[in-house]
Design a protein around this ligand. Structure first.
Ligand code: ADP
Length: 240
């Protein structure tokens, strides 16, 4: 019988205090940031009569940068938790189709706002994987958010899954801007962004960490102007 006890690392008390201090700081900063974002959004509404005025453009700038900082903070606290070993890993037998559909539904409003189509193509049946639902959701959300973020208006995002040897391979494909081959390895490094984007540069580092935590692999096929396909594998339930 396999041991499914949570794999929580032993953290000395001092480190625990340090992590909760970090969390408290992030929480404090996010609260203040939310107030800034909400105020700037209200200000933007007031200024809609002249969208091209300097005041309106500067307000949009404040909103964009504040949202970007908000995303950075969220990813930053996720990353510090993972690096500190401050998490538990409890993989269980999991049906992936409903998880995929749930995350796709979550991303739907964002894709719709960019007039992107979001398609799920799954075979009639898929084998059960051994994974932790919450982490699988996080992996999919990161890949789908990127697919939408780096695909222009009107683009297409497709999610597929298929059994391959002793794994299940899930694919997130977009027809967006693509990534040059010499950057394929670098994008999984913390803080790396191909064009110094507005995100956190941590999403793919966290995604890779979570895939590998399950014993899976992550890879991509992409070229500039040709879109991107990200693939990751998960172990099947009866194979470990
Ligand atoms: P972030 O998205 O916050 O910048 P990530 O770690 O998620 O950070 O991604 C790192 C970089 O990889 C991005 O800044 C972007 O340059 C590139 N990238 C990730 N996904 C895609 C994609 N689907 N299409 C094009 N580029 C991508």
């Amino acid at each position: 019988m396999e041991n499914l006890e949570p794999k929580t690392n032993q953290i000395p008390e001092r480190d625990e205090r340090k992590i909760s201090f970090g969390d408290a700081t992030v929480h404090e900063l996010k609260t203040l940031l939310t107030a800034i974002i909400v105020s700037a959004e209200l200000l933007a509404e007031e200024l809609t009569s002249n969208e091209h005025s300097l005041a309106a453009r500067l307000t949009q700038n404040i909103i964009r940068n504040a949202r970007s900082l908000d995303e950075k903070l969220a990813h930053f606290s996720e990353m510090t938790e993972l690096l500190a070993g401050d998490f538990s890993f409890r993989p269980e037998p999991l049906e992936v189709a409903p998880v995929i559909r749930g995350v796709v539904a979550q991303l739907y409003p964002i894709a719709r706002s960019k007039k992107q189509s979001l398609v799920v193509e799954l075979p009639p049946s898929l084998p059960t994987v051994k994974a932790q639902r919450q982490y699988l959701e996080q992996i999919l959300l990161n890949l789908l958010t990127n697919a939408s973020k780096f695909t222009p208006e009107g683009g297409k995002i497709t999610v597929r899954a298929a059994k391959e040897n002793e794994s299940l391979v899930i694919e997130v494909t977009d027809n967006g801007i693509g990534i040059p081959a010499d950057k394929h390895r670098l994008i999984f490094e913390p803080y790396y962004q191909v064009n110094g984007g507005k995100g956190s540069g941590l999403g793919l580092a966290i995604t890779k960490f979570l895939v590998e935590l399950h014993g899976g692999k992550i890879w991509l096929k992409s070229a500039p102007g040709q879109g991107s396909s990200f693939f990751f594998s998960l172990p099947l339930v009866n194979h470990s």
